[in-house]
Design a protein around this ligand. Sequence first.
Ligand SMILES: Nc1ncnc2c1ncn2[C@@H]1O[C@H](COP(=O)(O)OP(=O)(O)OP(=O)(O)O)[C@@H](O)[C@H]1O
Ligand SMILES: [Mg+2]
Length: 321
Amino acid sequence: MTETPVEARGLVKQYGRITAVDHVDLTVNRGDVYGFLGPNGAGKTTTLRMMLGLIYPTAGSVRLFGRDPTTEGAAALNGVAGFVEAPRFYPYLSARTNMQMMAAFDGDDAVSRVEAALDTVELTARADDKVGGYSHGMRQRLGIAAALLREPRLLLLDEPATGLDPGGMRDMRALIRRLADGGMTVLLSSHLLAEVEELCDRVAIVRAGRIVYEGAIADLKATATTGYRLRTSDNTAAIAVCEAQAGVASARLDGGEVHLDAAEPAVAELSVALVESGLRITALVPDSATLEDLFFRLTEGSTPGETEVPEPAADVVGGVA
Ligand SMILES: Nc1ncnc2c1ncn2[C@@H]1O[C@H](COP(=O)(O)OP(=O)(O)OP(=O)(O)O)[C@@H](O)[C@H]1O
Ligand SMILES: [Mg+2]
């Protein structure tokens, strides 16, 4: 039996004419904090529902630690916990009572973990208050506490920080980081790139049900580099030097800077040529399209398939981070 926490292969979910999830392949390895990133309606929740065995795939398969949640039911969810959309509780009962009821239902010694779980999510002081009076952020944290009752090795979280204020988001990130540092594998969906960038090492970007990128965030960032920005004592003269330099594909003036396309060795030669021409260089830096730009390029536009998708390094796709 494989110990890979999540393996989705050719996963499809069709609702009438809508293909909510369209041949999704993704692999979450042990210890990953894996981001499942995409805009509204991209198919994140639907994918997580299939992973949690809540709905059947139209085609394809999911394995959690080698087990199929759609056919093996609860047994496949051993060691797995999480929630989709918003966690649900009885609003007229306190957080502690809700937790105790869930723990009793879970069986084993889950009841003995209630207090520690409340403590981990920093709700001990409010544990006797009715959940109906909880803020959105408190409910999200209680949802994670409820998941912790199962002592999961894999935590599946659907947009855990969405709707939280900046402080609440920071606390949620810190909580997830603590759980990951404690050895838990985490898959979390999000439509916020910044959140995923800060928390995750690997990411799948989904658009209209299809994965448009899977791999390390670092590799995605590397593909975002498009050229160099140059500032000199005389930018017009610098353009002439660039144009005469072998290996410099294009050079243009833009906002008091020269933007040029060239590989690193050509840039090294160019710097010498500039100085030899009597120009003084004040800046020569890689021009990275921000990750945000790249995300929008990947997830917006006409139809999937027409967008230019960067090719991540082959050895990291699906590999162990
Ligand atoms: N039960 C359903 N019946 C019909 N269509 C559905 C159903 N569930 C999801 N869909 C459709 O599937 C697509 C993906 O929805 P999904 O909720 O998975 O997106 P999402 O990425 O979670 O979006 P969000 O960021 O808004 O939560 C949408 O077009 C949605 O309307
Ligand atoms: Mg959703």
